[in-house]
Ligand binder design. Structure first.
Ligand code: ADP
Ligand code: 5GP
Length: 206
C-alpha cells in the first residue's frame, strides 16, 4: 500500500479554501477531509459533525487536556483544532488526509509531521479578498474587518509553506492543487516499495 499524504491547507478566511476543496474532493476518492472542532457558533446551514464539531469551550479544553487534539489554536476569539484519532486511522489506511487549518496549526503540524505537504492559498489581492468576504455574506461588518486584519498577519506566513496557489480563476487554482498532489505522490520516497516490487516481479517472470 502506498503511503498517503498529509496535506495542510491554509488561506486567509475568504481565500477560497472551501470552494477549491469542494472541487478537489468531487474527483478524488482517496482524499479525505479532517473535520475540525471549534468553539465558534455555526453559520447558517452548518451542521455539527459536517463542517465542524461545534463544542463548548470547556469541552474543547477537556479534549486538549486528554491529548485528543493533533493541533489546535485560537483564532479570532475561538478555539479550532484537529481531532487526532480519525487522522491517524486514515493515514494508516493509506488515505490522503487534508487538514484545512490556520497558520499556527499549520506550523504545529509541520513540526510534528515534517513529511506533510503544506499549501498556502492566496487571493489575487486584498481588495478581491474583501469583496469575496462581503459577498459571501456570512459575517457582520466588524467580523469582516477583523478577518481582513488577520489576513494581513497571516499572508506573510506563506513563506513557511511548501507551495502557494493563487485563487484568481477557480479552475486554475483547483488544477494547481491537483498537480501538486499528483507530483507529491510521485516522489521517490513515497514509492520505494513499489519500485522494489517491479524488480521482484522481473525475477519471478524471468
Ligand atoms: P474560505 O473557505 O477560505 O473561507 P470560501 O471558499 O468560502 O473561502 O470563499 C470565500 C468566497 O469567495 C465565497 O463566497 C466563494 O464563493 C468566493 N470565491 C472563492 N473562490 C473564488 C474565485 N476563484 N472566484 C470568485 N469567487 C470565489
Ligand atoms: P472559519 O471560522 O472561517 O470556519 O475558520 C477560521 C479559520 O480557522 C480558518 O483559517 C480555518 O482554516 C481555521 N481552522 C479550521 N479548522 C481548524 C483546525 O482544526 N485547526 C486550526 N489550527 N485552524 C483551523
Amino acid at each position: 500500500m502506498n503511503e498517503g499524504l498529509l496535506v495542510v491547507i491554509s488561506a486567509p478566511s475568504g481565500g477560497g479554501k472551501g470552494t477549491i476543496l469542494k472541487e478537489l474532493f468531487a474527483k478524488d476518492d482517496n482524499l479525505v477531509l479532517s473535520v475540525s472542532a471549534t468553539t465558534r457558533s455555526p453559520r447558517p446551514g452548518e451542521e455539527h459533525g459536517k463542517q465542524y464539531y461545534f463544542l463548548q469551550k470547556e469541552e474543547f479544553e477537556e479534549l486538549i487536556s486528554q491529548g485528543k487534539m493533533l493541533e489546535y489554536a485560537q483564532y479570532v476569539g475561538n478555539y479550532y483544532g484537529t481531532p487526532r484519532e480519525p487522522v491517524e486511522q486514515w493515514m494508516a489506511q493509506g488515505k490522503d488526509v487534508v487538514l484545512e487549518i490556520e497558520v499556527q496549526g499549520g506550523a504545529q503540524i509541520k513540526k510534528l509531521m515534517p513529511g506533510c505537504v503544506s499549501i498556502f492559498i492566496l487571493p489575487p489581492s486584498m481588495e478581491v479578498l474583501e469583496k469575496r468576504l462581503r459577498d459571501r455574506g456570512t459575517e457582520e461588518d466588524a467580523t469582516v474587518r477583523k478577518r481582513l486584519e488577520k489576513a494581513r498577519e497571516e499572508i506573510p506566513h506563506a513563506k513557511d509553506y511548501d507551495y502557494v496557489v493563487f485563487n484568481d480563476r477557480l479552475e486554475d487554482a483547483v488544477e494547481d492543487l491537483r498537480a501538486i498532489l499528483r507530483a507529491e505522490k510521485r516522489k521517490y520516497h513515497r514509492n520505494e516499495t513499489a519500485v522494489e516490487r517491479v524488480l521482484d516481479h522481473a525475477e519471478t517472470v524471468r
